[in-house]
Ligand binder design. Sequence first.
Ligand code: ADP
Ligand code: MG
Length: 398
Amino acid sequence: MNIHEYQAKSLLKKYGVAVPRGGVAYTPQEAETVARELGGPVWVVKSQIHAGGRGAGRFKGNPEGKGGVRVVKSIEEVGKNAGEMLNNVLITKQTGPEGREVKRLYVEEGADIKRELYLGLLTDRATGRVTIMASTEGGMEIEEVAHNTPEKIVKVAIDPATGVQGYHTRKIAFALGLEGKQVGSAAKFITAAYKAFIDLDCAIVEINPLIVTGAGDILALDAKISFDDNALFRHKDIEELRDEAEEDPYEIEAAKHSLNYVKLDGNIGCMVNGAGLAMATMDIIKLYGGEPANFLDVGGGATKERVTAAFKLILSDSNVEGILVNIFGGIMRCDVIAEGVVAAAREVHLHVPLVVRLEGTNVDLGKKILAESGLPILSADNLADAAEKVVKAVKEAA
Ligand code: ADP
Ligand code: MG
């Protein structure tokens, strides 16, 4: 789960991470009120969407205009810029071409930026540890830095038994070219960010940019936090920060039925049990020249209701022009799947070709249910056959 910048900053602040002062606003009037309370002389009006690259982004219909992060010098300008951003669609490198509608703003005091640095914390699967990454190349996408100038990134893996130690923070501070009292401030900053990361079960904490101000202070000018969904049950207060408007409506629906669903751009919907088989199914669809519309793992113990929900979910995506159901009945029984498929196909008045490949427990009964349903279901014998059939059926229907 992701949260907005202002929420991330507020959480980090509680742990002692230094952030500028600011306040959230939903209307231009609120933005002006926040700005007045902060006092000037410089404010920054920041679009709150769950995507980065806002500063360099552009609003839909106004490609020549200003971006989603604006530095202004009067209360009137705060209101004016807030009005230009709110309820408009911001397109950034991370939003994709459709962009995201800006519903909230963060009005922040303007910082006197001397240097822009990068600090990120994430779980590194290779070391099995929380890794702190830092770079002097702040403000840019870290992926680009990693690609073009990997030597400019320093990484420190933290032993969970000891936590962050002085030598870790010194290594990072020196790599960032910090000096004097900044080394101590950085140590406090990094230690606080690490504590937040662990306490809140984060997957990513990214501060980009981390700045050094003209006065030599260290501040988080931007903040992104992603939480480990599997640990959210331990953090009811964080769950409340969820902004469903920022999430994929299909994935919200899937989560309600405990389905593992990821929407993709293709036109062949897939319903599979098991993540590995689901990946293999997407691969083989591509091998036969098709494009999967989604990843969907219905899980091992799916019920008829869950299968029906999965089926409806796939069909609610208007890009779907064909469906491939690929089930290996191990724990899952093929007849249960077949019943779910038939019930769902009837309920939604199936209008696209459906190919079903069943194998495993009760496969004959499953096939019989499909055959006797009277629905135009194409039965397949193996994975390759199934993929070939669905790709062909979609092409023919087009
Ligand atoms: P994004 O990464 O989505 O573009 P940021 O919060 O990183 O958004 O802002 C983009 C840039 O805007 C920053 O790199 C910084 O130069 C500037 N900026 C952001 N917040 C402030 C602020 N409070 N004061 C001064 N400049 C800011
Ligand atoms: Mg940023």
